[in-house]
Design a protein around this ligand. Sequence first.
Ligand SMILES: Nc1ncnc2c1ncn2[C@@H]1O[C@H](C[S@+](CC[C@H]([NH3+])C(=O)[O-])CC(=O)[O-])[C@@H](O)[C@H]1O
Ligand SMILES: O=C(O)C(=O)Cc1ccccc1
Length: 251
Amino acid sequence: MSKSGKPPEQATDRLFATERRPEDFRFDASVARVFPDMIRRSVPGYTTIIPMIEVITEQYVQVGSNCYDLGCSLGASTLAMRHGIPHPDCTLVGVDNSDAMIERCEHYIALDDSPLPVTLRCEDILATELTNASVTTLNFTLQFVPPERRTELLTRIAEATRPGGVLILSEKIRFESERDQEIQTRLHHEFKRANGYSDLEISQKRSAIEQVLIPETLASHQQRLQRAGFDRVLIWYQCFNFVSMLAIKDH
Ligand SMILES: Nc1ncnc2c1ncn2[C@@H]1O[C@H](C[S@+](CC[C@H]([NH3+])C(=O)[O-])CC(=O)[O-])[C@@H](O)[C@H]1O
Ligand SMILES: O=C(O)C(=O)Cc1ccccc1
């Protein structure tokens, strides 16, 4: 334990365990309190993707550049980036528009003893300033941005990215084929069940995120990234309907 005190109290996710009135999912204080447990038990591959963000960051970070974690939540991806940045002259910025997330994120950043300073901004990623970027991460955040604003955001990221820089984009995806969609959704739900979620929790959460988390196909993501100004798009991870891409801006 570091000198900065106790970690924020973390709880098991039981938010959807009892019958609730239907309401859209929001990143409020009750979600922030259970978030590490929720995301680990809900997103297949999350616990693999986080340490790989460190590896990818280390490979693409450039001297004197800015690194951004957009939709940083409690800072899991931010800390992975921090550990992958060997240059003391880089700036690492985490952005999230949920006060509850940013408030807790500050504690996690303080508990981590890596020396690189981290700036946290409680801002909309659609409005936050982006410049001189080498590595930018959108780890399961773009899916919450209204689809009609996604091109504008990715174009701003690509324009802010230096030659040789990258965007790490992780998303829940949907499948063109109805049958594939059905199979992958069932496997995702089985993953949740294996992690202790009940049928009621799975179905209530599913309704709560339906209008808020809008998945798109892999083809749409790849085309949009290229139109936005990235030269190469690689899929470096997939588990069921959860994918992580590496979009590279060539020299
Ligand atoms: N327009 C927006 N502006 C700012 N923040 C936003 C916006 N829309 C959503 N968010 C924020 O994006 C985060 C998405 S969670 C990211 C996990 C993290 N990256 C992790 O690696 O642990 C993914 C998930 O819950 O599936 C939430 O904290 C929102 O408040
Ligand atoms: O829980 C789900 O079904 C998901 O698709 C992932 C998720 C994780 C955390 C918040 C919202 C959605």
